[in-house]
Design a protein around this ligand. Structure first.
Ligand code: DGJ
Length: 750
């Protein structure tokens, strides 16, 4: 069978020598949380997940027991992984929901899972890796559930492997990675998520989940998985939570394809959380003898509100998920808004000179450098041609990418360039040669998107991926100092079908596409570990922790207006650490919103994430360049704290006409506070003192305002040394006046 997603099931055999069997109950601890599991009537249930519980008998005594109730819904049990079907033969116990639905080779529609084996596997220091092996009572079909408890960040990673030992293919109608009966009892539940659209991604929303309701979010894009909803959420158990209070569960699905997340609350307050790859195109066919690994889901808990959920996931991302989470991200200039498709080598050299002068470290050439002959992506054809032909356009760049990289090097800059490897234009040499390589339906014309000719390559087909790999490898290998790739993706699945997969496996396409994409990314990353990747997909379409296994950062939105970025980055900061959020200072009036904000404001917003530029420096005045130079120098000093520190969101832009947040380094010796006015009401709209968080009570801090423009300061205690405890309780006195006023403060322990 031509199926790339099938992985040999190594679980429970690798490492068996050192594996330790666990009994019928297990407490999985992190620093501040416990997941208490027990085997009841043969299958694994959750007794507790939340703040730490150290005794197994306490967990038993206090565990929720409503699942034992008599009506047809509440008889569900809080399963560690809920499947469609029963948990015992005969009597009550049929779950009509659940995150896994299997149609067996003989047509039977249900699973009856029984715990077969449970053991802890040896793992890195500080990590407990628990494996629960469950098997259907009758069918040779296995569900292997992994949990890795990451002590310091309070995050548990979980993933599922399914193994089909039947003598024919099974069909997976649902194949969620996480399907847990939520064990925290409350009289109210609230669901927070981010949603949006092009140039307005990651808008924060929260909704109550009433009894009888299911709240769900998802994406069926296939590619731009995060453009609308993001595969992440927070669930508050109780009436309310805030940045600093409330019992909150947070989860992220590590997947770049179509996905779904849902929380269902029934009339007996049974809550089931599900997250996983979307199967709306049809059931996934898992052939006899094959196994499949479902995407990872990472979750955390805080009894001190949402801010701690963010900090936990940020730390997890940097320590465990990102390819190089502790590496400081460079200050770069991307050519897109500065020149779009209209550039010559001279234009690009001038940009390099400009960013070098301001202290930048990397130059990135965006779209428009490739395609030849009638398919050259030049000023005339723009985005209508060329995708798929990853060869230089010699008319535009006679000295090629190598020449540009040499020019960058001569200026002491690193070099990177843009590609869109998942895509092809029907106006390209690649498509002319291989029209069968795109995602398409057998007897229908190909639907297209951007430029009237763009569509998606079929990465379930290894030959298609290999072709992209070969083309990129040929480019990468020539540019010796290549440091960065911007990986764009400007289309969805406009079609649904594969000429590679046979008729029986057509519905495997969405899942196998993403597995294929990861295969390509992994190969490139392995051969070129020094080449950082920016995930981009029409802005924020690839903002997910699946892509961020291979990419270092993302372009969170094509909207570069600083005022709108306050909201977008606020939403992204719920789960994504500042080192992953690319934020660029651009020209005014802003190209998307036509709003004009001061240069200082644009810096103050961009410096709260990974700072960059996206403009032509020659359009800047000498005064602006001098200001930019100072900002970049200051950014390099505060960068370790911004990119690697703990985030505290102080004042939300959703509730006020200003916003503030701060970062504190691990030792609490350095902090950076950002304050941004939005459109202000009137002059007397005073900003209350900012009650700072995360500082050490027993330390004193020198307060210094940075990014000061035109001598205007925003704090009457600038230059003073003040106690961490007083700054927390009395707050930092600040002021803003006028629209788009802003301030940045650096606090250094003395
Ligand atoms: C969409 C991206 O989001 C932009 O930043 C830019 O790279 C364009 N594509 C180029 O076509």
């Amino acid at each position: 069978m031509k199926n790339v997603s099938m992985l040999a099931l190594a679980v429970c055999t690798a490492g068996t020598l050192f594996a330790a069997e666990v009994g019928d109950s297990f407490l999985l601890h992190t620093k501040n949380t416990t997941l208490a599991l027990c085997r009841q009537q043969g299958s694994w249930n959750v007794l507790h997940y939340g703040a730490k519980v150290s005794s197994q008998s306490d967990a038993f005594a206090l565990a929720w027991n409503r699942w034992a109730g008599g009506n047809s819904v509440s008889q569900r049990r809080p399963a560690a992984y809920a499947a469609y079907g029963g948990d015992k033969d005969g009597g009550y116990g049929f779950n009509k929901f659940g995150g896994l639905q299997v149609t067996h080779a003989d047509g039977c529609l249900t699973l009856h899972l029984v715990g077969e084996k449970a053991e802890t596997l040896p793992d890195e220091t500080g990590v407990t890796h628990l494996v629960l092996v469950q098997r259907d009572r009758f069918y040779p079909f296995w569900v292997v559930q992994h949990f890795r408890a990451l002590e310091k960040c309070d995050v548990i990673e979980t993933w599922i492997e399914l193994r089909n030992g039947e003598d024919g293919a099974v069909r997976l109608g649902r194949m969620d990675s996480f399907a847990m009966g939520f064990p925290l009892i409350a009289n109210a539940f609230r669901f927070q998520y981010v949603t949006g659209q092009w140039a307005a991604e990651a808008q924060l929303r929260e909704t109550s989940i009433e009894r009888g309701q299911t709240v769900s979010i998802g994406s069926r894009s296939g590619v731009r998985d995060a453009w609308e909803n993001n595969a992440s959420f927070m669930l508050t158990a109780g009436e309310t939570s805030s940045e600093t209070s409330g019992r909150v569960f947070g989860g992220v699905l590590c997947w770049s394809g179509s996905w779904g997340i849902s929380v269902q609350r029934d009339h007996c307050d049974f809550v089931e959380i599900r997250a996983g790859a979307d199967t709306s195109a049809g059931a996934y066919v898992l052939d006899a003898g094959k196994s499949i690994t479902l995407p990872k889901f990472a979750f955390t808990f805080s009894s001190k509100g949402k801010g701690q959920i963010s900090r936990n996931i940020h730390r997890w991302a940097r320590d465990w998920q990102l390819p190089a989470g502790s590496k400081l991200r460079p200050v770069l200039l991307n050519s897109w808004e500065g020149s779009y498709f209209s550039f010559t080598e001279k234009v690009l050299h001038d940009m390099m000179d400009g960013v070098k002068e301001m202290g930048g470290e990397l130059f990135v050439l965006d779209d428009g450098w490739f395609g030849t002959g009638k398919y050259a992506r030049d000023d005339v054809h723009k985005d209508k041609v060329g995708l798929g032909d990853w060869v230089i356009n010699p008319e535009k760049l006679p000295n090629g990418l190598v020449g540009l990289s040499d020019e960058a090097k001569a200026r002491g800059l690193k070099f990177g360039f843009w590609v869109e490897p998942e895509m092809v234009n029907t106006n390209s040499w690649l498509y002319e040669a291989h029209p069968e390589w795109v995602i398409r339906e057998k007897n229908r014309p190909v639907n297209v998107g951007r430029g009237g000719s763009q569509t998606v390559l079929d990465y379930s087909n290894p030959a298609v991926r290999q072709n992209t790999y070969n083309q990129l490898d040929a480019l990468y290998s020539k540019i010796l100092d290549l440091a960065y790739i911007k990986w764009d993706a400007n289309a969805d699945f406009y079609n649904m079908g594969s000429t590679y997969l046979d008729a029986a496996h057509q519905a495997n396409l969405p899942f196998d596409y993403t597995v294929g994409l990861y295969d390509l990314l992994a190969k490139l990353r392995a051969k070129y570990p020094q080449v950082d990747i920016q995930a981009c997909s029409s802005g924020g379409g690839h903002v997910d922790f699946g892509f961020l296994r291979y990419a270092d950062e993302f372009w969170g939105s094509d909207d570069s207006d600083a005022r709108e970025r306050v909201f977008i980055q606020w939403g992204e900061s719920q789960f994504y650490p500042a080192c992953t959020i690319a934020a660029h200072v651009t020209d005014v009036p802003n190209h998307q919103t036509h709003r004009t904000t001061p240069l200082k404001y644009r810096f103050d917003v961009a410096m709260s994430a990974r700072l960059g530029f996206e403009l032509h420096p020659k359009n800047m005045s000498a005064e602006d360049v001098a200001f930019a130079k100072k900002c970049v120098a200051d950014y390099k000093r505060i960068r370790p704290t911004v990119q690697q520190g703990d985030l505290y969101r102080l004042v939300s832009p959703y509730d006020n006409n200003y916003a503030a947040l701060m970062y504190v380094n691990e030792e609490a010796t350095h902090a950076v506070v950002f304050l941004w006015g939005l459109a202000r009401g009137n002059w007397s709209d005073f900003v209350p003192p900012l009650a700072l968080q995360g500082l050490a009570d027993d330390k004193s801090y020198a307060v210094k305002e940075i990014n000061v423009a035109k001598g205007r300061k925003h704090c009457r205690v600038d230059g003073r040394i003040l106690g961490g405890s007083a700054l927390g309780s009395m707050g930092l006195p600040v002021r803003l006046s006028g629209d788009y006023d802003s301030a940045v403060f650096e606090l250094t322990a003395k």
